[in-house]
Write a protein that binds this ligand. Structure first.
Ligand SMILES: Cc1ncc(C[n+]2csc(CCOP(=O)(O)OP(=O)(O)O)c2C)c(N)n1
Ligand SMILES: [Mg+2]
Length: 388
């Protein structure tokens, strides 16, 4: 059964919900876009599920009934504020949790396997009552009435949503989308430019979603570690490799949504200053892998943040020539480098899944073997004392 996101929104408003925050999942269809256009419900797109819940708590303190939408992969990000803020202070919130990797469904991507099997048990363990949405307006209303009862006891409530249960209305193309689509480079073309500049021995760690899938399409090699899941942690993994293996050049291929989710890592990288590290952010101003929901990168200069955090050199590119030049310069001098590349939201029509060829464990093993292969002293090419 499928219900439209506009029906979901009207039922929420009928039950007096006045504030919305969250981090997208493809199962939410156009919910984030719809809610941002709705004048009756205040909303904010959060960088992480933990801050979404905290915004909701703030709104609740100010008298608004709040709903937070998250994928079950984000449960880990909310457990701290859920237990030590929401539950301790008895500030009930409605959680709309999309369940990826549900055990009743055909197998999902590997990163969802463990959370898919444990979402219900985790909520039980945390004493959060929940109900599975059945895809009908009556079913959603029944869940909201159960939430009402829980709220009466100052307890939060979770409604679990599954793939295909929510449908999008007619797409509205806003000014923002038109602007993003005006950027000349796509993720695929940017990755072609980066791949051409790399040596065989250079190591690459790519972020979850379409960026890893594009890298796999453009240039699959054992020196690539494709992250699937762990949104926001790609640069820390890549910097960990770089710090542990200072003689190899390491590139993190990151997304704007991912960087925003755990932006504190930029400060750690600036502090640790791995000289063999290049951090590339493909900034399409959205969560494109989950349905092009807006991210907040449009009003942030991530490269300015990286500079302020102590990266040795930062640049911002829009055109092919700018990216060519910035990649060549970064690879020829001491890092850590940060390179922000504005990209549009288009992707190759058939984007293969990494798992069509490599299980995560096979990818890890191949990468470890590639890391341990002698590289021929790559960093001798770095000019001594190269500066900003
Ligand atoms: C903790 C967590 N929350 C949400 C998701 C769902 N998710 C997967 S990919 C993605 C979009 C990431 O956006 P960005 O890094 O900008 O990459 P893009 O898809 O735009 O290329 C999201 C929200 C997730 N995997 N993990
Ligand atoms: Mg993005």
């Amino acid at each position: 059964m499928t219900m439209s996101t506009s029906t979901l929104l009207s039922l929420l408003k009928q039950q007096k919900y006045g504030f919305f925050s969250g981090v997208p999942c493809s199962n939410f269809a156009d919910l984030f876009q719809q809610v941002s256009l709705d004048n009756d419900i205040a909303s904010v797109p959060a960088a992480s599920e933990g801050s979404a819940l905290s915004f909701a708590v703030g709104a609740a303190l100010a008298g608004r009934r709040s709903v937070v939408a998250l994928q079950n992969s984000g449960l880990g990000n909310i457990i701290n504020p859920l237990t030590s803020l929401v539950q301790i202070n008895c500030i009930p919130t409605l959680l709309l949790i999309s369940v990826r990797g549900h055990t009743d469904e055909a197998e999902d991507e590997p990163q969802h396997r463990i959370m898919g099997a444990n979402t219900h048990a985790l909520l039980d363990q945390l004493a959060i009552p929940w109900s599975e949405f059945d895809g009908t307006p009556q079913g959603f209303m029944a869940a909201l009435l159960k939430a009402e009862e829980a709220f009466g006891r100052s307890v939060s409530f979770a409604v679990l949503v599954r793939k295909g249960q929510l449908s999008a209305g007619l797409g509205v193309v806003g000014d923002r989308e038109l602007q993003v689509d005006g950027y000349p480079l796509s993720v695929g073309s940017a990755l072609e430019i980066v791949s051409e500049a790399l040596r065989t021995s250079d190591l690459v760690v790519s972020t979850t979603g379409f960026i890893s899938r594009e890298l796999f399409r453009v240039s699959d090699r054992p020196e690539n570690f494709y992250m699937q899941g762990s949104l926001g942690h790609c640069s820390a993994v890549a910097a960990g490799v770089a710090l542990a293996h200072p003689s190899r050049r390491v590139v993190a291929l990151d997304g704007d949504g991912a960087v925003l989710m755990h932006m504190g890592v930029l400060s750690t990288i600036g502090y640790a200053a791995p000289r063999n590290f290049l951090h590339i952010v493909l900034d399409n101003e959205g969560y494109v892998s989950t349905g092009k929901q807006e991210s907040t990168s449009v009003t942030s200069s991530l490269e300015a943040v990286a500079a302020a955090c102590g990266y040795r050199a930062v640049s911002r590119c829009v055109t092919k020539a700018e990216l060519d030049d910035a990649v060549a310069r970064s690879l020829a001098s001491e890092g850590p480098h940060f390179l922000l590349c504005k990209v549009n939201q288009s992707h190759s029509r058939s984007l293969p899944r990494v798992t069509s060829q490599h299980t995560p464990e096979e990818n890890k093993r191949a990468f470890q073997i590639a890391v341990s292969r002698p590289s021929g002293g790559d960093l001798q090419a770095v000019p001594a004392g190269a500066v900003r």
